[in-house]
Design a protein around this ligand. Structure first.
Ligand code: NAD
Length: 252
């Protein structure tokens, strides 16, 4: 495809590529995005995902724990696009990956933790809303299985997963890492994001602001299309492996 060749040409000689990913990279793993045609916002009220709603609604919390620990919980696997990000990392031409996703699939796809900034947290850890006390997932699951359906922290406050809810601060370690990746990048590739969530999108736009090449791979329009050096329209699981193959050929 001509556009893949154009994107690879735009990235020629670049050795600190920032990969910036959104919910669209995980739809082919079976996780719906927020704003795509089958997006979560078509059926769920965004207000349900505020910290205030979580803290004040015990029934909602019980449903979340049920979803996490119950028998009908779903397991997701990384897809070809997650693996392509890890492959790009392995070529040594990537500064790191900033993801808005909370699903942990970049790590399952083979990207090392030090190469990843999960700026909206992830579903893997558990902490309390007051002091940020961390809890071992296995221990909380044990308590839940023993009938504690809305588990609390030893400090008396409510427990939640380490996902950033609306109204919460972004996790400091991820923010620091994202700033480092963004500041050190000499090109950027955005995958599966409408680029409409801030401050996350700022890490990507800062790279384009420095006049470095920006590749946008997405199904459908994004808020930053006019800044793209090359725009790839289509599925991440199809196009990203082809782009990474082209870059690998360029490296060898
Ligand atoms: P978004 O929903 O705003 O946009 C996703 C974009 O990806 C849409 O334009 C959609 O058309 C496109 N897309 C869908 N499937 C695709 C595919 N296979 N290939 C290429 N493009 C595809 O998502 P966003 O910009 O990431 O912002 C939404 C927020 O949603 C983020 O804050 C994130 O934390 C959260 N979120 C995360 C997950 C997850 O962890 N998997 C899922 C839903 C939402």
């Amino acid at each position: 495809m001509q556009q893949i060749a154009a994107a690879a040409a735009a990235l020629e000689g670049r050795t600190r590529i920032l990969v910036f990913t959104g919910a669209g990279i995980s739809t082919e793993s079976g996780i719906p995005d927020f704003r795509g045609p089958e997006g979560v916002w078509k059926t769920v009220d965004p207000k349900d995902f505020t910290l205030r709603h979580y803290v004040t609604n015990a029934e909602f919390r019980r449903r979340r724990w049920q979803r996490r620990f119950g028998e009908d919980r779903r397991e997701y696997r990384p897809n070809a696009a997650h693996k392509a990000v890890a492959d790009l990392w392995a070529t040594g031409r990537m500064v790191g990956c900033i993801t808005q996703n909370i699903d942990g699939l970049h790590l399952d796809g083979g990207l090392p933790p030090t190469a990843l900034a999960e700026v909206h947290g992830n579903t893997r850890g558990i902490e309390c809303v007051a002091g940020g006390h961390r809890h071992a997932v296995a221990a909380v699951r044990r308590r839940w299985l023993d009938g504690d359906l809305d588990p609390q922290c030893h400090c008396g406050s409510i427990l939640k997963s380490t996902v950033v809810l609306f109204g919460e601060q972004l996790p400091m370690a991820a923010v620091n890492r994202a700033s480092q990746f963004s500041g050190g990048a000499d090109a950027a590739v955005a995958v599966g994001s409408t680029l409409s969530v801030f401050p996350a999108a700022e890490y990507l736009l800062a790279v384009a602001d420095r006049r470095h090449p920006l590749i946008i791979l997405n199904m459908g329009p994004t808020d930053a299309d006019e800044l793209a050096t090359v725009r790839l329209e289509g599925k991440a699981g199809d196009l990203l492996p082809r782009l990474v193959d082209a870059l690998r050929a360029d490296t060898e």
